[in-house]
Design a protein around this ligand. Structure first.
Ligand SMILES: C=CC1=C(C)c2cc3[nH]c(cc4nc(cc5[nH]c(cc1n2)c(C)c5CCC(=O)O)C(CCC(=O)O)=C4C)c(C)c3C=C
Ligand SMILES: [Fe+2]
Ligand SMILES: [Fe+2]
Length: 365
């Protein structure tokens, strides 16, 4: 027999609410090997993330990777850790608060905003239960990945599906698939670059570095590569710079297989060797600064560029809590809620009366 989550109190006495759940990748609870191990184990056990047959992958993951990587990654996390915690989580939490405020200002007092992490805490199942307990009968799931990829976006859908499979009285659910070409997102990116250039002048090259994925996923039909290219093209157009001054690269390679090319760090080294004096790097595929941007890009890649003869390296931060981005995300949310905003929810009072009557009749017989 199926085991379902307990239903939240049915007769909650409030008008039905709408939930918005922002979802990000997840991050360890502390910059320590002990905290990294369970996080990496959960993340790298996802068959959407590592597409190697389990029989081959299991011994590698539980052997060399979970022995060596936790300590090595913990050191890197420690170098970017903030007073309030992991940058990814801090920025995601702040964005959640700001989106809630902005929606309220737009008159949407029926909307609850929360955030979850795909790996680690707070979990998707925990936050979905919390939204239901607050009376949300409709939930919009918004993964904070501008470009769709099976290794990120689809795993959120998978996990939400697993949670729904455990509910008797399911909420209505909608998913945002991507927002790689959303005007609010592109404009916020362009403004962040223009503001940086107004303060520091323009570079010789603008490098737009996206998180990589195995090249094989492109061959198998993942649209991620194409969506990164579209974002880059739209950003260059919004900036009005010559396309030759901008480059798209892929960072954060994991494992021995070929990933999407060109790779960020070798490209930066080549540019330095060619005599390019200044590069500015932006990571449009991350809406919140995290280990991959603050450590890999702003520290490791900076050092590599300068070491190979480059003169000036600027890292342009992610959108994080920028007001134009909060407004863009609010517009995106409202756009995706569209069908719901124009269609009122079932009359809860009527449903409640019918349920009470049915229960009373049942009790009498
Ligand atoms: C922005 C989109 C991301 C894609 C696509 C992506 C694919 C992907 N990642 C790994 C392996 C790792 N990624 C790690 C960190 C990390 N990845 C993303 C985003 C994408 N990943 C973010 C935002 C972060 C930072 C998390 C943080 O806490 O700040 C890590 C963990 C860090 C480490 O030990 O290096 C791994 C591992 C794969 C294999 C993959 C696609 C198949
Ligand atoms: Fe990653
Ligand atoms: Fe990395």
């Amino acid at each position: 027999m199926a085991r379902y989550w307990p239903e939240p109190p049915y007769l909650h006495g409030t008008a039905p609410r709408t939930g918005v759940l922002l979802v990000n990748l997840g991050t360890p609870a502390a910059p320590t090997a002990a905290a990294l191990r369970p996080y990496l184990k959960q993340f790298l056990s996802d068959p959407r993330v590592v597409e190697i047959p389990r029989l081959l992958w299991w011994p590698i993951l539980n052997g060399i990777i979970l022995t060596l990587r936790p300590a090595a990654s913990a050191k890197k996390y420690a170098s970017v850790w903030m007073e309030e915690g992991s940058p990814l989580k801090v920025h995601t939490e702040r964005l959640t608060t700001l989106l809630a405020k902005q929606l309220l200002q737009a008159g949407h007092d029926e909307i609850d905003v929360d955030f979850a992490m795909r790996y680690g805490a707070p979990s998707i199942s925990d936050r979905l239960q919390a939204l239901r307990a607050r009376g949300c009968t409709r939930i919009l799931v918004l993964p904070l990945y501008p470009q769709y990829s099976a290794s990120t976006t689809a795993t959120v859908t998978d996990e939400v599906g697993r949670c729904l499979a455990q509910m008797r009285n399911q909420p209505e659910v909608r998913f945002v698939r991507n927002f790689h070409d959303n005007p609010g997102y592109i404009q916020a990116l362009a403004s962040s670059v223009r503001e940086h250039w107004a303060l520091h002048g323009e570079p010789d090259r603008l490098v737009m570095s996206f998180h990589g994925v195995p090249r094989r996923s492109l061959e198998l039909g993942d649209p991620y590569h194409c969506e990164c290219h579209k974002t880059a093209r739209l950003l260059v157009a919004a900036l009005g710079i010559a396309p030759e001054r901008a480059l798209l690269t892929f960072q954060s390679r994991f494992g021995k297989a070929e990933w999407l090319q060109p790779y960020t760090q070798p490209t930066l080294e080549k540019l330095a060797a060619q005599g390019i004096g200044r590069v500015d790097v932006i990571c449009p595929g991350f809406v919140a600064d995290c280990l991959e941007t603050l450590e890999e890009m702003a520290m490791e890649c900076r050092e590599a560029f300068l070491h190979h003869g480059g003169k000036v390296f600027h890292y342009i931060p992610c959108l994080n809590e920028r007001q134009d981005w909060v407004e863009g995300l609010t517009a995106l949310t409202i756009e995706h809620l569209g069908a719901w905003l124009s269609r009122p929810q079932a009359d809860e009072a009527e449903l409640k009366a019918a349920r009470a009557q049915a229960l009373a009749l049942g009790a009498r017989s």
